[in-house]
Write a protein that binds this ligand. Structure first.
Ligand SMILES: Nc1ncnc2c1ncn2[C@@H]1O[C@H](COP(=O)(O)OP(=O)(O)OP(=O)(O)O)[C@@H](O)[C@H]1O
Ligand SMILES: [Mg+2]
Length: 262
């Protein structure tokens, strides 16, 4: 990997270590997101994917290492300031405001902005991406289906018009058709708005088809990184993450588990 920082690097993590109390969850991670690219972070349950995103967005402070966003050091910055710099995080499990309407949820995403025209424009853009949200504009978010809540969570993050979007397992608990729909939107957002995206996924197939570059995380460490084309053809990835029988069964189990949980 080319480790030289250039203005074209939107996000750069250098040797990040993060802990939960005494437990070391991230064990020295370095990665980069270039401008206008989709980068994916793959790994099994408990590998540390969510922890990496939490560390980037300031929910968790790293014990060691450096994080640069647009050339600015953010590893000691409060989460709210990081959002205002243009970095939005769609957390695992969506976390929409259940008692607020769809529209109110979306407007919450625009709270750092005061360009009213731009906000109105982005609201229409989000409704364009997700027409189903427009149909449910006044409905409390808690009454939406899981897939619609995922759309709302992504839409709310887009309302900040971020330079970098962090997505934590957007496929979780969704039917295969909805997964296709959501990932097509993720690609459109990247292509139409040039938005850089760091995509955490356990569904390696869809992530590798969507992203340009990928990192594989195992027990808090990066064990592989390459273009998605090359990762897709790598023997290890095929065996451990794309094994047709295995991966299918795993995905199916997760989907079922999530469906009953909802
Ligand atoms: N709040 C917490 N307190 C203590 N340990 C935690 C906490 N959150 C996560 N961990 C531990 O940190 C490690 C990494 O967890 P993380 O949630 O980042 O994994 P993940 O790759 O996102 O997994 P998944 O695919 O299941 O979402 C795991 O061993 C987990 O048990
Ligand atoms: Mg996770």
């Amino acid at each position: 990997m080319d480790a030289v920082a250039t203005p074209d690097i939107i996000l750069k993590l250098s040797n990040i270590e993060s802990y939960y109390g005494p437990i070391m969850a991230i064990r020295g991670i370095s990665l980069e997101v270039p401008r206008g690219r989709i980068v994916t972070l793959l790994g099994a349950n408990g590998a540390g994917k969510t922890t990496v995103l939490k560390t980037i967005s300031g929910i968790l402070d790293p014990q060691k290492g450096a994080i640069e966003f647009m050339g600015k050091s953010i590893q000691r910055m409060e989460a709210d300031r990081i959002v205002r710099l243009g970095l939005s995080h769609v957390p695992e499990g969506r976390e929409v405001f259940p008692f607020l309407s769809v529209r109110e949820n979306l407007m919450m995403g625009a709270y750092p902005r005061n360009d009213r025209n731009g906000v109105a424009e982005d609201l229409e853009r989000v409704y364009g991406y997700f027409p189903r949200l427009k149909e449910r504009i006044n409905q409390p978010a808690g009454q939406l289906s899981g897939g619609e809540q995922q759309m709302l969570a992504i839409g709310r993050a887009l309302m900040n018009r971020p330079t970098l979007l962090l997505l934590d397992e957007p496929s979780l608990g969704l039917s295969p058709i909805l997964v296709k729909e959501i990932f097509a939107i993720i690609r459109r957002v990247n292509e139409e708005q040039g938005m850089s995206i760091l995509l955490v996924e356990q569904n390696a197939k869809v992530a590798l088809e969507t992203a340009h570059y990928g990192y594989v995380l195992e027990i808090g460490r990066i064990v592989m990184n390459d273009s998605c084309d090359r990762l897709m053809h790598s023997k290890d990835i095929q065996e451990f993450y794309l094994g047709a029988k295995e991966a299918g069964a795993r995905g199916e189990r997760r989907w079922k588990k999530k469906k009953t949980w909802r």
